[in-house]
Design a protein around this ligand. Structure first.
Ligand code: IMP
Length: 196
């Protein structure tokens, strides 16, 4: 384990430019730079985000030959028993926000949560995960044009009634699942105690 040697930079495995921008903003106050690396990200069909992220991170670190960070996130809707959860990416690409709004028609319990799992792995096989959760509601119609993915239909409880897509990057980062998970990673990397 040699993590202390590179606390000022992480190799973030992602192809999502929105995620990259968010993570840069989250880690800036900790003095950690984000280098985007593209490695084949193997995604297993497990229902557990933690298992998916750990597996992907271990493989990516081995492939890249350097320590890497992988993030796997998903939207879990209570009334739909956690759907789309680990299948969020596929569901977004297929039915999208309009499809989710249709599925939620006539459903009064609109509670949902975003979960972000950040996995840090080293080529030797060491892996550690950090989880962040944002609780909120599914809106009755999409609102806002910022962010990405399901942002226009998610109203976080920690906000003021706006959807994530109606918030600036900094506002979203302060309360988002990704903000929480990556701040835990940053505290760990920089040697502070992680408060669960
Ligand atoms: P991924 O597999 O971690 O890239 O995330 C799966 C899917 O969840 C993405 O394709 C997005 O549609 C959605 N998603 C993840 N994080 C967010 C977010 O912060 N806001 C909105 N949608 C998100």
């Amino acid at each position: 384990m040699y993590r202390r040697n590179y606390v000022n930079e992480i190799n973030f495995v992602t192809g999502n430019i929105h995620k990259l921008k968010e993570v840069e903003g989250i880690l800036r106050p900790y003095g950690i730079k984000v280098k985007m690396i593209k490695v084949k990200k193997i995604e297993i069909q497990a229902d557990e985000l933690i298992a998916i992220a750990e597996y992907a991170a271990i493989n990516a670190a081995k492939e890249a030959g350097v320590p890497v960070v992988v993030e796997d996130a998903g939207l879990f809707i209570e009334a739909l028993r956690g759907f789309p959860g680990p299948y969020s990416s596929y569901v977004f690409k297929t039915i999208g926000n309009e499809g989710i709004i249709k599925l939620m028609k006539d459903i009064t319990d609109r509670h949902a949560r975003f979960i972000s799992v950040v996995a840090f792995a080293e080529p030797e096989g060491y892996v550690r995960t950090f989880v962040g959760v944002a609780e909120g509601l599914i809106s009755v119609e999409p609102r806002g044009s910022m962010g990405f993915g399901f942002d226009p239909i998610f109203i976080p409880y920690e906000g003021d009634g706006r959807t994530f897509a109606e918030m600036s990057l900094d506002e979203k980062n302060r309360i988002s699942h990704r903000g929480k998970a990556f701040r835990s990673l940053a505290k760990w990397l920089t040697g502070h105690k992680v408060i669960p």
